[in-house]
Design a protein around this ligand. Structure first.
Ligand code: AMP
Length: 196
């Protein structure tokens, strides 16, 4: 079954973890712009060199660059039957880019999973992850920057998708498996079921 999904949530909402689970169950590739950028930084590619300081500061990579990365990835064969986007689009300009790209393929998003996690909870999870993983963008300052960008620029995209009737708000607090079950219940209500 084809499913074209987007998972949205503040940093520390668990969207990465839940996105991987949903992608595996529906047998669709997860396209995480954050992962693509981090892999490029790790490999020292031109793209990686271009974006490293932006990512470390917790700022957004320019829209054109980010949208080009996503277009390239979605053009690969494994994304023809569906995909789950994690971390893109992140502002209204990127929503317009994605709309245009999908329209050109006669496709549209089937559902937007919006993980709802209070700011305090996101903050404490990110601080814990900083201690465990030492990600360069998990400094206190970068975390504050990222949460601010989420609230100002990313949260408004949910209003746009909301008017299309495709947003499922999921309570992102609680046991990981329970949250996954909430997501699947919402997707099933839209007729999107795990492949096996
Ligand atoms: P994430 O793993 O989704 O939190 O992304 C890590 C970082 O990659 C972000 O803080 C941004 O610097 C960059 N990034 C990821 N996705 C985007 C996007 N859609 N637009 C701009 N920058 C992005």
């Amino acid at each position: 079954m084809s499913a074209r999904l987007l998972i949205v949530g503040p940093q520390g909402s668990g969207k990465g973890t839940q996105g991987v689970r949903v992608g595996a169950a529906l047998d669709i590739p997860v396209v995480s712009t954050g992962d693509v950028f981090r892999a490029n930084v790790a490999e020292g590619t031109d793209l990686g060199l271009q974006v490293k300081s932006i990512i470390d500061a917790g700022d957004l990579v320019p829209d054109e660059l980010t949208s080009a990365v996503v277009r390239d990835r979605l053009a690969q064969a494994d994304a023809a039957q569906g995909f789950l986007l994690d971390g893109y689009p992140r502002n209204l300009a990127q929503v317009m880019h994605l709309d245009e790209f999908l329209e050109g393929r006669d496709e549209k998003l089937d559902a937007v999973i919006a993980l709802v996690v209070p700011r305090e909870e996101s903050l404490s999870r990110l601080t814990a992850r900083a201690a465990e993983q030492g990600r360069a963008d998990d400094t206190e300052e970068a975390i504050a920057t990222r949460l601010g960008i989420y609230e100002r620029e990313t949260a408004p995209i949910l209003d746009v998708y909301g008017t299309r009737g495709i947003v499922d708000e999921i309570d992102g607090v609680g046991d990981l498996d329970e949250i996954t079950a909430r997501i699947f219940a919402a997707l099933e209500a839209r007729g999107l079921r795990p492949a096996r």
